[in-house]
Design a protein around this ligand. Structure first.
Ligand code: HEC
Ligand code: HEC
Ligand code: HEC
Ligand code: HEC
Length: 438
């Protein structure tokens, strides 16, 4: 078995600047590193977000507990390489060459003392050097470049059999195939493990890998074409169809023989999988220390008598809200996703309305606070996630708003409204990268 990480495992943003909880997040990154190494990690790509706490921090994790980092193109400004550029692994007589690539970032790199090489150039160089030292049965590239760039990489760099993409939210059971390269993504935040079974016997004749599913699709196309041809009498049309048949046959000829397809599964790391007791202990300890480090908010001032809190006045919501601006420093990505939704512009619809106060219930958020209520001219974070005053780190806030929450406003006030909870939920999720409208 070989355990690989595509990159971006340690942090959820590319920088910790302005994060009041930076120390907590560094502790969590140490915990992730230690746990994955404990579970047998063989090679990990260095993603942009792995560098959020600085190059030295990531490199430090490389000594003890020993993250097996790899990066072909991450070069320092002085031309040296902070991490091994490739690793060779041997399992069951199969020799793997594993390397990784990261996207250069002209803003983040200079302060980190980095000047990454263009990924294609770096990979061509690494494969040339590594394969000259010793041949490999399988070449694997770990990447955080994203699918379009990975497809270009597969075209530009011959000899890569597998690309494992990390750091994005994409996930497929069947790999994306580009030429002779299979590209795998198993989504983000360690929610899934992609399990690929390879028969060593197929490696010597590796080409255009397909899953049984994709083979079937190609066979269906051939059958359909044959039927059309049988019904066609026009000579010009027949000629065109025959050319298509030849093309399909050529594609089919490039397919690996039956029985050698890639068997790939995505395994969700949910409650059905037992925790490693040792790792569970570390996580519990981190959570305790996180609870201690969390800055006290909305609690009684130090020295105040610690009795039960007075019950909220009847009819008033009991939670205390802190406003959308307070969430932004810690949740930059969620903020960007939210700001691409109509909720971030809900007030604009009221412009020029004579009785706009009747509309505020849904087109704005009321924020009951300790000292009274204020109004945000948006459907802010807390309209869905609930009051945030008790939350400054893990816990203390609702992750997934229920249908009731949406129905407070999406209740058919406008006759043409068509709200479908499941579908509309997907449109407003803050954990989905949303392309921002200009
Ligand atoms: C001081 C930093 C900080 C602030 C401020 C903050 N959060 Fe968080 N939040 C965190 C951390 C840390 C986590 C848990 C770790 C993670 O997944 O990033 C988290 C998790 C969450 C989650 C996921 C909860 C879960 O169970 O998975 C939601 C939703 C959330 N925050 C919303 C908010 C909202 C809304 C606000 C503003 C009212 C806010 N946060 C303010 C640090 C913060
Ligand atoms: C009960 C909640 C509620 C009230 C009260 C309400 N709205 Fe809305 N409004 C909504 C929701 C929900 C939508 C989104 C509907 C959809 O398209 O699915 C919406 C959408 C709209 C839109 C369309 C926005 C766009 O960009 O397409 C306009 C305009 C609008 N509202 C104006 C008003 C005005 C003016 C008032 C007050 C007179 C008002 N609304 C009161 C809930 C409400
Ligand atoms: C219209 C409702 C809505 C609003 C408004 C909203 N969110 Fe979310 N948010 C969601 C949903 C839905 C999810 C996905 C939860 C799930 O099922 O995992 C989510 C997920 C999250 C998560 C977890 C994402 C992750 O990557 O772990 C965070 C953090 C978060 N939201 C923060 C915010 C912040 C900050 C704001 C304001 C800038 C905000 N949300 C506004 C609906 C909303
Ligand atoms: C505080 C009121 C409020 C809450 C809570 C709320 N919404 Fe909305 N939502 C609105 C308003 C108002 C609009 C219209 C904004 C505009 O276009 O001006 C809207 C628009 C939308 C749209 C875009 C509709 C369209 O056709 O353009 C979607 C999708 C949506 N909401 C989903 C959700 C989901 C899912 C939830 C619950 C997780 C939710 N909303 C919770 C008030 C709310």
């Amino acid at each position: 078995m070989v355990v690989l990480d595509g990159g971006d495992a340690l942090f959820s943003d590319a920088t910790l600047a302005h994060r009041p909880d930076a120390e907590l997040l560094r502790d969590r990154a140490r915990l992730i590193a230690r746990s994955t190494v404990h579970r047998g990690l063989d090679a990990a790509n260095v993603g942009r977000r792995d560098l959020a706490a600085g190059l030295e921090f990531a490199a430090g994790l490389g000594t003890d507990p020993g993250v097996p980092w790899v990066s072909a193109n991450l070069m320092r400004s002085d031309g040296s390489f902070p991490f091994p550029r490739w690793r060779t692994l041997e399992r069951g007589g199969v020799r793997l060459l594993v390397t990784g690539v990261v996207i250069p970032d002209p803003r983040q790199d200079p302060p980190l003392g980095l000047a990454p090489l263009p990924p294609v150039e770096a990979l061509l160089e690494v494969l040339r050097q590594a394969l000259a030292e010793a041949p490999a049965d399988l070449v694997v590239v770990l990447s955080t470049l994203g699918l379009p760039a990975e497809r270009r990489l597969a075209q530009a760099v011959p000899g890569i059999q597998i690309i494992v993409g990390g750091g994005d939210r994409q996930q497929w059971v069947d790999p994306v195939v580009e030429g002779d390269t299979a590209i795998f993504h198993a989504a983000d935040r360690g929610r899934f493990v992609g399990v690929l079974r390879l028969d060593p016997a197929t490696l010597t004749t590796w080409r255009a890998p397909r899953t049984p599913h994709m083979r079937q699709a190609l066979e269906d196309q051939r059958a359909a074409l044959a039927l059309t041809l049988a019904r066609t009498t026009d000579p010009a049309q027949r000629q065109a169809l025959q050319a298509q048949q030849l093309d399909l046959a050529a594609r089919a000829a490039r397919i690996a023989p039956p029985g050698t397809e890639l068997a790939h599964r995505l395994v969700p790391l949910g409650p059905t999988i037992d925790d490693d007791p040792e790792v569970a202990g570390w996580v519990a300890r981190w959570k305790q220390s996180a609870a201690r480090q969390r800055p006290p908010v909305a609690g009684p001032p130090a020295g105040a008598p610690r009795g039960p809190r007075p019950a909220p006045a009847a009819g008033k919501p009991s939670g205390t809200y802190t406003g959308t601006g307070s969430c932004r420093p810690c949740h930059a990505a969620a903020y960007v996703a939210w700001s691409a939704t109509p909720h971030a512009r809900s007030y604009a619809a009221l412009r020029g309305q004579p009785r706009a106060e009747q509309c505020l219930e849904c087109h704005a958020s009321r924020l009951p606070r300790a000292g009274g209520t204020s109004l945000e001219p948006i459907v802010g974070c807390e309209a869905c996630h609930g009051p945030g005053a008790g939350h400054q780190g893990p816990g203390g806030i609702a992750r997934s708003p229920g249908e009731d929450t949406c129905r407070r406003c999406h209740r058919g006030h406008h006759p043409d409204e068509a709200f479908v909870f499941g579908e509309d939920y997907e449109k407003v999720r803050c954990d989905r990268a949303v392309s921002r409208k200009p």
